[in-house]
Ligand binder design. Structure first.
Ligand SMILES: *Cc1c(COP(=O)(O)O)cnc(C)c1O
Length: 238
């Protein structure tokens, strides 16, 4: 049985984040319609995910292929955009292509080739973002900024893939000023790559900002924020 109190809290949190998101957009002179809220639903049980969908959420993000495939039948996914945002192993690429609308965590040519191969064989085009390791952290996946252009050029030749932009998870920062430096570096990279006009590479989406830093990300040009715990509460794992 769903916990009624928690259901209400999740819905309240969802609207609260929407409000703060709009305020942050307006404050930085941006159009609020240019920023989308992704509800990050990893580890979250279907009834709470459906609660935000009922409240108007139209974009969800999941980390693990197995978890997502296991719970998707319980979700009200009609008209909902689904993105994979977690690290994807090459051997799971075939399983997930066609089941999500975008894969945001592409960080190697090897993975891009697998997604390409699987998509071509299914007769589909998979929209992808390239994940950038903007903080140069050993513990994180993502390409280093100086490797990005080469990867984009290589991906531009692959069938079954449409690159739509970039995704980043900056390091945990002490304060907003530090957060904004990473987000601003990402925005610059995003604009730089767009200006190169690489064939088949569309720099339209910049996915950055999570529960602890989405307002800073919006100020620096994010157009998808990925928010989990601020909506669904703290996770016990992940
Ligand atoms: C878990 C996760 C998020 C959401 O994190 P919160 O801090 O709970 O908002 C966003 N992006 C990615 C890639 C994640 O794995």
């Amino acid at each position: 049985m769903p916990d009624e109190k928690k259901l209400r809290a999740v819905k309240d949190n969802y609207f609260h984040v929407l409000e703060k998101m709009k305020t942050a957009a307006v404050k930085s002179g941006r159009n609020e319609a240019d920023v989308r809220l992704m509800c990050v639903t990893k580890t979250v049980e279907p009834e709470y995910i459906n609660a935000v969908i009922d409240s108007g959420a139209d974009l969800i993000g999941e980390n693990r292929v197995q978890e997502y495939l296991g719970k998707m039948e319980f979700l009200k996914l009609g008209g909902i955009e689904k993105h994979l945002i977690g690290h994807l192993q090459t051997n799971k690429a075939a399983k997930i292509t066609g089941q999500v609308d975008m894969i945001e965590s592409v960080a190697s040519l090897k993975l891009a080739r697998e997604i390409s191969k699987a998509s071509v064989s299914k007769g589909i085009v998979t929209r992808c973002l390239v994940e950038v390791n903007i903080g140069r952290e050993e513990s994180k996946s993502g390409v280093l900024p100086e490797q990005l252009e080469e990867l984009l050029c290589e991906m531009s030749n692959l069938g079954g893939i449409a690159v739509k932009g970039l995704m980043a998870i900056p390091p945990i920062c002490e304060n907003e000023k530090e957060q904004r430096q990473y987000f601003s570096a990402m925005y610059k990279t995003f604009i730089d790559m767009g200006s190169k006009n690489i064939d088949n590479i569309d720099m339209a989406v910049l996915s950055m900002g999570m529960s602890g830093d989405y307002e800073a990300a919006i100020s620096e040009g994010s157009n998808i924020i990925r928010v989990g715990s601020a909506i669904f509460g703290e996770r016990k794992y992940f």
